[in-house]
Design a protein around this ligand. Sequence first.
Ligand code: PEP
Length: 256
Amino acid sequence: MRRYLVAGNWKMNLGPAAGLELAAGVAARLRGRVLRGDALVCPPYVTIPAVAAAADGNPLLLGAQNCGDQDGGAFTGEVSPAMLKEAGVQYVIIAHSERRQYQREDDDLFVRKINLLHACGLKAIFCYGELLGERKAGREREIVNAQLEGVLPRLQYVDPYNTVLAYEPVWAIGTGETASPAQAQEMHAWSRQVVARLLGESPASHMRILYGGSCKASNAHELFSQPDVDGGLIGGASLKVDDFVGIIDGAEAALG
Ligand code: PEP
């Protein structure tokens, strides 16, 4: 019912030349295949045009890792959603834990960014998830509830096709420690219940919820086989052709 999404978050890695090489490598491996889901790469801003050229004509979608919260004007260093759209971007990652932590981004900002993205026809990948201390204290459900509640009901145009959720337990991001399939399923099912309460049963059943946190080719199949896990947001393992394509293969295999 829900198409999987495997999304690569390249973070602050790969300028135009290296990004083109990686994207071309992935595109070559996907060429001619009809995927039963979506594969997406989110390079740094300056690498987007090079990757757009490589992705053209291939089943590889293009995303960005961030956007500004204004239409345009005197906002030095910012990039608007409309500019990203013009560059070929379809998805934008919002609220990644690294931006929550290092840029101190908050719910008000996430709401402004997502409303703007939606208004110009782009899709948001909204990230959320608990810290290690919060999990150790048994507060993961409470934290996830608060993070979803702080943003979803305030979105003007939200629907299950313009919004993807990404549950990313912060203790699993870049640490090599992955949530077990059972832990991921439990939190995804909980997230879906929260979305049902906030937006309704039908949006909740159609909205994709990705897992993020040390996902790799060797664990993708099992994670993505969980009934409420609709793919992954991939950091480190999206930087190598074999690893990223292996995760896409895991998503295909999970469909049976
Ligand atoms: C991420 O940054 O969203 C992420 C999941 O990273 P990694 O796969 O490296 O843990």
